[in-house]
Design a protein around this ligand. Sequence first.
Ligand code: X2X
Length: 342
Amino acid sequence: MKIRALLGALACSVAALAMAPAAQAAPNYKSEYKLSIVVGTTFPWGQGAQIWSDLVRERTDGRINIKIYPGTSLVQGDQTREFNAIRQGVIDMAVGSTINWSPQIKELNLFSLPFLMPDYAAIDALIHGEVGKRLFERLEKAGVVPLAWGENGYRQLSNSKHEIKEPADLKGLKLRVVGSPLYIDIYTALGANPTQMSWADAQPALASGAVDGQENPLSIYTGAKLHNVGQKYLTLWNYVADPLIFVVNKQVWESWTEEDRKIVREAAIEAAEREIVIARKGVTPEDSSLLKEIEGLGVTVTPLTPEQHQAFVDATKEVFEKWKKTIGEDLVEQAQKDIENR
Ligand code: X2X
């Protein structure tokens, strides 16, 4: 009798399970997954995160419900702590810049080697080739699951004081730099006075004049309206570019069914591809409309002649060589080879 009752109860619950709507998450699923980004969802970077979240929610019938946390708010705005927070599960998912994770994963400094990547084809050769594969293996080893490469973009230099055409123009300028010590080395070599701070702190520091300048992709420059905080001089020098990486915390990843992992991975790849298209809009040799827009705001935009460009390459050569060793000579040489053959 007892066994019969038990079997009956079991049959009922199996039937209930089978009838449960698709949106019913497995018991170990969270009701919300926290996704971290540095900027807001109006920026190309944030749009990539939004596309990913929307695709995942749709295709899992709501089983995986992602909430976006802009401003790296899950780590109080300190973007250099984002990677550890993903590892520890304080953050479930992220679309993060290689620069912000470089303090923990030194190989990610590769993209910050000055003048390594001369054009978009070079960036693509790295992220979609052997280098991208090796870096993903490295991230896996560090305990996160990398799914796709996106792009923040080529980082250009802006300041409130004067045009910059040669290294000497940087002398004594107070510049906000991002969170890898490699940037302190670059700007020290160029004779500037660099200071590392988070993006959250950078904007008030630019507004108050505590710093004279900064470097960021043009989409961040316009999105954050940096012309309104005195950043009237903009030098286009394409010295580095930071890719973005779409990742999931390992425990979270393992808690999902095979089917859902496939959906999340494919959605990340699709969102990243679309994000790169958005990130490059208006800032390529074929379409420079964003530059025109910036000039229209009264900003002095300074491209470099080949000779001026070379002066910056020469002035940062030692920094390149020093960091080549830190990053790993093998990886840097693989990158140089892939760029040559692009
Ligand atoms: O802090 C920056 O400059 C930004 C927004 O570009 C990054 O997060 C790397």
